[in-house]
Design a protein around this ligand. Structure first.
Ligand SMILES: [Fe+2]
Length: 425
């Protein structure tokens, strides 16, 4: 097997700063768009970030058309609706305002309206056909309103394929937005628990991409077209991951306890973007792969601050509940790197022993979980040991991310990690 020797970092153009949203009209005009599909979700249609976006596009003489039906946690059906809308609308540019769901919906609508195909065509193999995107798409500007997914920086769209009960995605660098507008004004209204969950997603992106299997230990692709978006940890991603770990871990408690802390919110949304750049090239691994069945199998759990009557284990919460046992499992592959991650989170590692690296990193994560009021493990969100087989079964198809694990694993290893995650402390 020939090993990979090349790493590629495609970066989105980023505009950062309070008020940057007001420049979206100028940006779309410069990109040559006239008729623009503005993708958002029903909770945001009449909120400030969407109003500012529509006005900016109109003031620039463009023709924005609002699409407010994005489903939170998109499905193949909700994406097909957005694709139909995009095909009928004959748009020549897209703007997404919202969280990962809106941004990912806009990416997919842009893709299938530009290069029409049956839905499975571009979906990741083995669930879909995994056909590479044929060429560049129309301009897409993403304006995140949560400091979480980092989707404004990545060429990845994630969704539920309902008939297969599978979380999957479409990943290709041509899906990457043209510009990400990172405006701290857009995260002003984030309630504490949502800020905590999205913040832990950021931290997990940075930690997983920093500890993923090194790119040069993976098999080389037959040709450059087949090089996957997720390449493993690499020196270029590391730069972004390191800073994102520091920024997310030193600001998450501040944004949760005081949503009016402007400085902490600004740092957090920037950390989300940095972590997005990092994992967009390196990938995430076990924490993400194992989190999908956890969120998918939710029963009655409703976190504080989330809509009542709608049980949900938010993505960032699922990921962080698993993180301590995942990093204890992966630490022996590269204890130096796991210790370095703990040090970046503020742990004193001066006299630490390499064999303690996993526990030290796990403890650093657990201390932030306690300070932000996270539930204590899978038991606290409704799971028992009897659910573990199903959780393992739901993780096995997640090779899109689990193949980036630095340590090879068996179903029995997954079982043990799920059991260990029943309580975190
Ligand atoms: Fe994530």
């Amino acid at each position: 097997m020939a090993l990979e020797s090349v790493v590629r970092l495609d970066s989105v153009s980023i505009k950062y700063g309070p008020g940057a949203t007001r420049e979206v009209g100028y940006d779309m005009g410069e990109l040559g768009a006239k008729r623009v599909m503005v993708v958002t979700d029903p909770n945001l249609v009449d909120k400030g970030p969407v109003k500012v976006t529509l006005k900016a596009l109109e003031d620039a003489g463009l023709e924005p058309v609002l699409y407010g039906s994005t489903r939170i946690e998109p499905t193949d059906a909700s994406l097909k609706e957005a694709i139909d809308y995009a095909v009928r609308g004959e748009f020549d540019g897209f703007v997404a305002v919202g969280g990962g769901s809106s941004m990912d919906t806009a990416k997919v609508a842009n893709l299938y309206s530009t290069y029409p195909a049956d839905f499975p065509t571009y979906v990741n193999a083995p669930i879909g056909k995994g056909t590479p995107v044929p060429g560049p798409l129309k301009p897409l500007v993403c304006i995140p309103t949560t400091a979480g997914t980092g989707s404004e920086t990545t060429g990845v769209a994630v969704f539920d394929l309902v008939e297969m009960h599978a979380k999957t995605g479409i990943a290709h660098r041509y899906l990457r937005p043209t510009i990400g507008i990172v405006d701290p004004n857009n995260t002003r209204t984030l309630p504490g628990m949502i800020a905590a969950c999205t913040g832990f997603d950021v931290l997990a992106h940075a930690l997983e991409s920093f500890t993923a299997i090194p790119y040069n230990q993976r098999q080389a692709p037959e040709n450059p077209l087949l090089r996957s978006a997720y390449q493993g940890s690499n020196p270029v991603s590391d730069v972004w991951a390191v800073r994102a770990i520091e920024m997310a871990s030193s600001n998450i408690v501040r944004v949760v306890s005081n949503p009016t802390d402007e400085d902490a919110r600004s740092q957090m949304i920037m950390a989300a973007t940095f972590a997005g750049i990092s994992f967009g090239a390196a990938g995430t691994h076990l924490g993400h792969g194992m989190s999908y069945p956890v969120s998918g199998m939710v029963r009655g759990f409703i976190p504080e601050g989330y809509p009542p009557n709608h049980p949900i284990i938010p993505h960032g919460m699922a990921v962080i509940l698993l993180a301590p046992s995942v990093f204890r499992f992966t630490a022996p592959t590269n204890p130096e790197r796991h210790l370095e991650a703990a040090r970046l989170m503020g742990a004193d590692t001066v006299n630490s022993r390499m064999e303690d690296a996993g526990n030290i990193l796990a403890d650093a994560i657990i201390s932030l979980m306690k300070e932000t009021g996270m539930p204590n493990g899978l038991a606290a969100v409704g799971f028992t040991a009897a659910d573990v087989d199903k959780l393992v079964e739901g993780t096995l198809p997640q090779q899109r991310v689990t193949r980036l694990s630095p340590r090879p694993f068996t179903p029995e290893d997954l079982r043990q990690m799920f059991l260990d995650s029943q309580t975190c402390w």
